[in-house]
Design a protein around this ligand. Structure first.
Ligand code: ADP
Length: 382
């Protein structure tokens, strides 16, 4: 059978009509002609794309998203399809308005709400890291919400989608990546630059390679800056499609340094569903929008517990807290990760689930999240 191409998928999607897009005769356009399909990626039979809709339509467009997913799934050779709804940009709307000098999102992919909230500021001296296409931050308002676990499994998921991925543990106050990745030893250096350590398909750098995780670290302002800058710029990352930065929790100086020193393609906020964690997550989100970093979306971790005996779901911290907050703040909700013993066991033994058991139900959750992030990044590039 001929290998699966983008044309095969786009062809199938031309059979899906969007009743709200019409040609001059008033006939409904198909989703491809209407310019709603963006960021199409295909990897080993796994297909992902975004369906761009008016943010005001939101959930009302869910049937359209489903119809697109089903149409793509019907193409021979397709193993899985992930379609996500995203707020459309002016350029890709069916009836493209003439170019306007109107306020534009600061960077591609920034949701309208977030863009509106961004404080206008003088341009920051952010520069992209050489050789790295997208640098993304995984952040949380407070510690212990599973930010590192999510960052690692997301990074491995992106690598499984064929991306060249690096992982930078920027949590200088509690670097846990060496432990969670099962990495020991000190990185090699040529006297000028450090070589990242490699595991599970990721190039990894962490201050934890240089100091003990249990040694309390006291960082003074300038030290924070130079340590972080060094870990980003004085490392031989080589060519990377994505560098995932596991941020320090919170919104202090270290976090600000990071977001101001490097051009971030976007940020992902991880939170647990309870109110207190959400208050902190909102602060984190505000920091990114103020510094004009696009929010790729929010992820809810430890959403519910599944009883091993009955399979019953228990919402320990309340149900749907992060999804509601994301809706309220006008940013995308990327998904929820249940509290699962297997995630904790694999994380804590240094064998991340997405790498050590890639076919498990737990890994599938992270792979789906990674596909969504990949779609968003490829849409932001075009
Ligand atoms: P943070 O980076 O936010 O401090 P970690 O990723 O270090 O959090 O996770 C804290 C603890 O919670 C770790 O022991 C980790 O294995 C566990 N953990 C994280 N997410 C989950 C989950 N979804 N289910 C079970 N345990 C989890």
């Amino acid at each position: 059978m001929a290998s699966l191409t983008k044309e095969h998928i786009l062809n199938a999607l031309t059979h899906v009509r969007d009743t709200q897009s019409a040609n001059p005769k008033g006939e409904a356009l198909d989703v491809v002609s209407a310019g709603l399909i963006q960021g199409l990626v295909i990897k080993d039979g796994h297909v992902g794309f975004s369906v761009e809709v008016d943010p005001r339509d939101g959930a009302a467009k869910e049937p359209l998203r489903k119809a697109c997913e089903e149409a793509a799934y019907g193409v021979p050779g397709v193993l899985s399809v992930t379609a996500v709804l995203t707020a459309h940009s002016q350029q890709s709307a069916a009836s493209t308005p003439p170019p306007q000098p109107a306020p534009q999102p600061a960077r591609p992919g920034l949701s309208r709400k977030a863009s509106a909230d961004a404080t206008p500021k003088a341009a920051l001296s952010t520069e992209p890291l050489p050789g790295i296409t997208h640098t993304i931050a995984v952040a949380s308002g407070k510690g212990g919400v599973g930010k590192s676990t999510v960052a690692i499994n997301l990074a491995i998921g992106l690598a499984k989608l064929g991306k060249r991925v690096g992982l930078l543990d920027a949590d200088i106050y509690g670097p846990s990546v060496p432990r969670l990745m099962g990495l020991k030893g000190t990185p090699e250096s040529d006297g000028k630059r450090l070589k990242p350590m490699e595991a599970w398909g990721l190039k990894t750098m962490s201050i934890g390679f240089m100091v003990d995780e249990d040694t309390p670290m006291i960082w003074r302002g300038p030290m924070v800056m130079s340590a972080l800058t060094q870990m980003m710029r004085d490392v031989e990352w080589g060519e990377l499609d994505v560098l995932v930065v596991d941020m320090p929790p919170g919104t202090g100086d270290a976090q600000l340094t990071l977001v101001q020193r490097v051009a971030l393609a976007g940020a992902i906020i991880v939170s647990t569903p309870q109110d207190l964690a959400l208050i902190d997550a909102r602060k984190g989100l505000a920091m990114f929008t103020k510094t004009r970093v696009p929010i790729l979306g929010m992820i809810e971790n430890m959403s519910y517990f599944i009883s091993p005996e009955s399979g019953e779901k228990t919402f320990i911290f309340g149900e749907g807290g992060v999804r509601r907050t994301a809706e309220e703040l006008g940013c995308d909700f990327l998904g929820e990760i249940p509290l699962l013993p297997k995630i904790r066991e694999t994380s804590d033994s240094g064998e991340p689930i997405t790498a050590s058991a890639p076919d498990s139900a737990e890994a599938k959750i992270f792979l789906d999240l990674a596909a969504k992030v990949a779609i968003k990044l490829s849409a932001a590039k075009s």
